[in-house]
Design a protein around this ligand. Structure first.
Ligand SMILES: Cc1ncc(COP(=O)(O)O)c(C=O)c1O
Length: 394
């Protein structure tokens, strides 16, 4: 396959009204939406206001159906394997709590796991007697695939982890993990919350069975939107933890049948404008091409790490065999929250990562860090503004 052409940064910026307002380096918090996403959401809200919510949804029925092929175009798989869910946590939970765990089952996860995912594992372990085990990291800081392989036995029910953890630039080796899961026929749930829209994803190449994602981060969709992908061949064994009259149909007065497609994980009531906006974001990401943006995101982040490292007192905290657009750093004489707030007064948006991930606490020695997350629409000049402001001091 020939490499994708470099993205047209001028076009990306022209499509993104927020670029004119701020230096937005909080793309792992919520990226700036392209104008088409904003227009799609507001146009639908306007119709709801004028003709009524149900009536506006009926008008948009065909476009709402196109949500599923739009997401499939982005990540692979089929439209029937996709559910619209309100955020990545709930998407992840709908899949995770659908797994029929029994006492002694093993759940394998990564050290740098997202805390809400870790809470779900621990709750299920408490309820069922399943056990949660953390696969060690390799020296570079990503999940150690050889160690994962050594931990596999008949009791491993699920491998579940985040692709890109919340607090730093690490990219876990999702496809290598998928190869292990496939070889042993083990269910594999990937939290792609921070990778979707940033890193080209293909569920077949990754080899996962379930993939959860959010709309607002690198995908640039509306807040309060997300989706779940579930492999068709696995659907029958995964019973949603909640069932409503969208997920199931009545068979007799006291019996029901679950939908056969992944929409068994959806709610009857949903944020209609958000679903349209998320489909628009997926279409936009496909049009500008995630594969074209990804090398630029990586290069900008690598440059930012180099430039920040040259600032007195700054320590870049990212670890991993492969790093992405998220750059986390601390400064010796300035608290991370204060520094991020100071940057915001200069119209530079960053966020604060509240320290290490749950299972990672023994390995990471620093507390909170500033998280600057670059997207393809950011420029070298914007990075220089950030570095200059960090260096300036209070
Ligand atoms: C790795 C990871 N997983 C899941 C989530 C949760 O996503 P959401 O807020 O859409 O539920 C986040 C949010 O920051 C995250 O960083």
């Amino acid at each position: 396959m020939s490499p994708a052409a470099a993205p047209d940064v001028e076009r990306l910026r022209a499509d993104t009204p927020g670029c004119a307002e701020r230096v937005h380096l909080n793309n792992a918090g919520a990226a700036l939406p392209p104008a088409v996403v904003h227009a799609t959401v507001t146009a639908h809200l306007e119709r709801e206001c004028r003709v009524g919510g149900y009536e506006a949804a009926a008008e948009a029925a065909e476009r709402l159906d196109r949500f599923y092929p739009s997401i499939a175009d982005l990540i692979g798989g089929g439209p029937d394997e996709i559910a619209y869910v309100e955020n990545a946590t709930r998407a992840f939970d709908m899949a995770f709590y659908a797994v029929p765990f029994r006492e002694g089952d093993r759940i394998l996860t990564a050290e740098a796991e997202y805390p809400s995912n870790a809470l779900a594992y621990l709750q299920v372990a408490r309820r069922t007697g399943a056990v949660v085990e953390v696969v060690p990291s390799d020296r570079a800081g990503g999940l150690d695939v050889a160690a994962l392989e050594r931990m596999i036995d008949d009791r491993v029910k699920l491998i579940a982890l985040n692709h890109v953890p919340t607090h730093g630039g690490l990219v876990n080796p999702a496809a290598e993990i998928g190869a292990v899961a496939r070889r042993h026929g083990i269910l594999y749930l990937l939290d792609a919350c921070q990778s979707v829209g940033q890193i080209p994803l293909d569920v077949e190449a990754i080899g996962c069975d379930m993939l959860a994602a959010t709309g607002r981060k690198y995908l640039r969709g509306p807040r309060g939107t997300g989706f779940l992908w579930v492999r068709r061949a696995r659907l029958a064994e995964l019973e949603p933890p909640f069932v409503d009259q969208h997920a199931a149909t009545w068979v007799t007065a006291d019996d029901f049948a679950l939908r056969e497609d992944a929409r068994r994980f959806e709610n009857w009531e949903f944020y209609v404008a958000g679903k349209l906006g998320l489909a628009a974001a997926a279409d936009y990401a496909c049009a500008v091409d995630v594969a074209a943006m990804w090398p630029r995101i990586r290069d900008l982040a690598a440059r930012l790490r180099r430039e920040l490292t040259a600032v007195a007192g700054v320590v870049v905290r990212d670890q991993g065999p492969e790093l992405c657009g998220i750059v986390s750093f601390t400064k010796a004489d300035e608290d991370a929250a204060d520094l991020s707030a100071r940057l915001r007064t200069r119209s530079i948006n960053t966020s604060v990562a509240d320290g290490p991930a749950h299972f990672d606490r023994h390995r990471r020695t620093y507390g909170a860090a500033v998280r600057a997350s670059v997207h393809a629409y950011n420029t070298e000049d914007e990075l220089a503004q950030l570095v200059g402001a960090v260096a300036d001091g209070r």
